[in-house]
Design a protein. Structure first.
Length: 226
């Protein structure tokens, strides 16, 4: 896989080293020539000195031939511009962007060319909720057209005691794993849900409420999801 990373800060260099070790072709674009001179001694990847917000820089770097663009500069505005150029000007199949300021999360979507956005504060919040919440739906990851959610089943969950095949999981949702007693269970139709199960579901935004009703239940006073 060919990956271009815009930004040679701590995040960018860590990703570059990790992907390089995994056997991928990695290019890092950084506008500070002094920083590149220092880093290229230890990081044996392809280096491009230039501004990734400029079309000429991206063209000279050969962005049209890469599989994934990763925009991880320390500036949200730059990351959005890089994402938009990568997607619209060079038709990069996959664009991943870093969100530095949580309040800017709403901007990082397909309109700006972003397939996957990563916001550390939001991710940490989700992980904290996932660790302490029972009987509630927690969003772990957001993709372009779907999200990964988790529910730790409470004793009174409507799913407890039911087999997956009989739950009525909507077509736009898939139970991808169940974690039980620190073991990962591959869900099958006959798998029966138990209290304390951590259920991971890949779901579209439209089907999320239906999944919540199945695994969490419908609060008093609310109508069931049809």
């Amino acid at each position: 896989m060919k990956v271009a990373i815009a930004g040679a800060g701590n995040v960018g260099t860590y990703i570059a080293a990790d992907l390089k070790e995994a056997g991928h072709e990695v290019m890092v674009i950084e506008q500070d020539p002094d920083l590149v001179a220092r880093l290229q001694v230890d990081f044996r990847v392809t280096w491009v000195v230039g501004d990734a917000c400029e079309v000429t820089t991206l063209h000279e770097a050969g962005i049209a031939d890469i599989d994934v663009m990763v925009a991880v500069t320390g500036d949200d505005e730059d990351n959005l511009v890089i994402s938009l150029l990568a997607k619209q000007e060079f038709a990069v199949p996959r664009v991943v962007a870093r969100v530095n300021h949580p309040q800017n999360q709403w901007l990082f979507n397909e309109t700006w060319g972003v397939d996957v956005s990563v916001s550390t504060p939001h991710l940490l919040t989700a992980l904290v909720e996932e660790a302490v919440s029972v009987g509630s739906l927690v969003r772990l990851l957001q993709f372009q057209d779907a999200r990964l959610v988790e529910v730790t089943l409470a004793e009174d969950s409507p799913a407890v005691g039911a087999a997956i095949s009989g739950l009525g999981v909507p077509r736009d949702a898939t139970i991808v794993a169940i974690v039980r007693d620190r073991h990962v269970i591959v869900p099958r139709g006959e798998t029966t849900m138990l209290p304390g199960d951590e259920v991971l579901v890949l779901v579209t935004p439209e089907a999320e409420n239906k999944v919540k009703a199945l695994l969490v239940g419908v609060p008093a006073g609310e109508m069931p999801v049809s």
